[in-house]
Design a protein around this ligand. Sequence first.
Ligand code: OVM
Length: 401
Amino acid sequence: MTLAPADRSCPTLDTDPFSSEVLENPLPFQQALREAGPVTWLSRYGVYALGRHAEVHAVLTDWQHFQSGAGVGLSNFRVEKPWRPPSLLLEADPPHHDAPRHVLEPILSPRALRQLRPAWAENAEHLLEEVLASGAEVDLVASIAQAYPLRVFPDAVGLGREGRENLLPYGDHAFNAFGPANELVAKGLPGIGAVAGWVNDQCARDRLSPGGFGAQIWAAADRGDITHEQAPLIVRSLLTAGVDTTVHGLAAVLYAFATHPQQWQRLRAEPGLARIAFDEAVRLESPVQTFFRTTTADVRIGETVVPAGQKVLMFLGSANRDPRRWAAPDVFDLARDPSGHVGFGMGIHQCVGQHVARLEVEAVLTALAHRVRRIELTAAPVRHHNNTLRAFASIPARLVA
Ligand code: OVM
């Protein structure tokens, strides 16, 4: 049986966007999707897909017609039981979404993060010294992109020392689980019970050290801003969304500089460009590639009427390279204004942790800009496939001090 759209005039693509071929290089599929029209039926999964910036942006900012409460993955929570209790933030709509969001926002705000900056900068300098001392050639993924967030972020949440290695496989599985139940999901299943058990245990009040993000979430429950039942699930959101995303964002910006040496010289001359560099790398690489919404009513997109209750897949990475929105979209360019990219989403669900990510990446890039003249690839980078994330397994490189 091939699934057909309700509205026969809607263009159709039969490609599986979660196949290993597309995950290895999604750009040709994304171009075909953008060129097919403002909305396209994906026959393989029976969902609508958006690849252009205008429509992705419009859907992200219209939570009334495009809900998250039925899940932001392929599976509809009203039909299928989710693999874990839904996130109170990501997989919720107003009004339920709002109290958790308002609790988390000030805890992760630029103002609140100011006190972390000196320690995070020092931490980045220490890590870089270790990396430079470790030898001529390094894997930028393991030695920096994974190592740095795993040093600073769990401490900021207030986690103990034991078991932090569970964070990466947990996040990797959570992001795979937004896609279809393919072999990437199957590969995570045998270990996920133990990993998720550890993550859930860390969300309890007595596991979280005073002053950290986790303890601040519990303090909000004491004030009555959220319930004590909600608190551990909001801590869980930090542990789900706060590690792999930053790791792959850092890898993206390091890869971008390794492949654009003139831009690296520009950053060295002007380290204040570190934040622009990160946003430009998030635009170009889009570590989070896709999210779904579910229509709450019949809605028109372009010429197509999408019926109520339909899943709509937004290709953030495609919107971020849409030539209708960006000049020379495939070029990493510190001279451009990358604001308006949808790599962190847009609207009420826009990444609440983005300031944490920015501070981490700024610390690392600033340390590198002061110490490293050149970042040179020494072998071909290897991609890590995930149903939602655009990621690297390894980026072999030489850092020339
Ligand atoms: C969550 C969450 C939020 C954003 C992304 C995400 C796995 C999860 O609240 O658990 O991806």
